[in-house]
Design a protein around this ligand. Structure first.
Ligand code: E4P
Length: 220
């Protein structure tokens, strides 16, 4: 499963990229707004940090305007993937952009039926939101399983991107469910490293090493 960072924060992206395990980035209007820089300039800066698919979302709500905005976003960098919402207008824009060779990430997906529509429109990525479904008492991970199953049945090429992941368990479950991509906040990626036995084991290894060598009397 590819790891994407779900953030527009440049410091977080630089840190994640330095680990060599970040395959791409997802942004949304909320995340871009937090950084307070015009989207073109900010997405360009992200593309300089992470070499992989970088999702940039349109904010228009009518298909014609979404297409124009999508074309502008795609022009920023070859790695930009245009994000369109799963509305009737968004799907219309997805179909049109996909036919022009623009890669589209269809976002705000909350049902398998919606995911089928996105695949039929030629989406490059579908983004089902796991955490937001959990928030309303549904099982977000069931949706990932259902979409990967349906896409396999028909050989759809659309990649399933498990979005709105809130914990390391979400990431592991998304990988088990067959998601092609998991996008996560920096905090969740960082938490994936942690295990008390790793810390304890390393502490003991270094203690033993230092006892035998670093603290050993110098031979004369
Ligand atoms: C994905 O592309 C979305 O930006 C994101 O995963 C939403 O996550 P949230 O529900 O934690 O805001």
């Amino acid at each position: 499963m590819k790891f994407f960072l779900d953030t527009a924060n440049l410091d977080e992206l630089k840190k994640g990229a330095s680990w060599g395990i970040v395959d791409g980035v997802t942004t949304n209007p909320t995340l871009i707004a937090k950084e307070g820089r015009p989207i073109e300039e900010h997405i360009r800066m992200i593309c300089e940090i992470v070499d992989g698919d970088i999702s940039a979302e349109v904010v228009s709500t009518e298909a014609g305007a979404m297409i124009a905005e999508g074309l502008e976003l795609a022009r920023i960098h070859k790695n930009v993937v245009v994000k369109c919402p799963l509305t009737r207008e968004g799907i219309k824009a997805t179909s049109a952009l996909s036919k022009q060779g623009i890669r589209v990430n269809v976002t705000l997906c909350f049902s398998a039926g919606q995911a089928l529509i996105a695949a039929k429109a030629g989406a490059y990525i579908i983004s089902p939101f796991v955490g937001r479904l959990d928030d309303i008492g549904w099982n977000g991970m069931d949706l990932i399983r259902s979409i990967t199953h349906i896409y396999k049945n028909f050989g759809f090429k659309t990649q399933v991107l498990a979005a709105s992941l809130r914990s390391p368990t979400h990431v592991i479950d998304a990988a088990s469910a067959g998601a092609h991509i998991g996008t996560m906040p920096f905090k969740v990626l960082d938490m994936l490293f942690n295990h008390p036995l790793t810390d304890k084991g390393l502490e003991q290894f270094l203690k033993d090493w230092n006892k035998a060598f670093a603290e050993a009397p110098v031979a004369v």
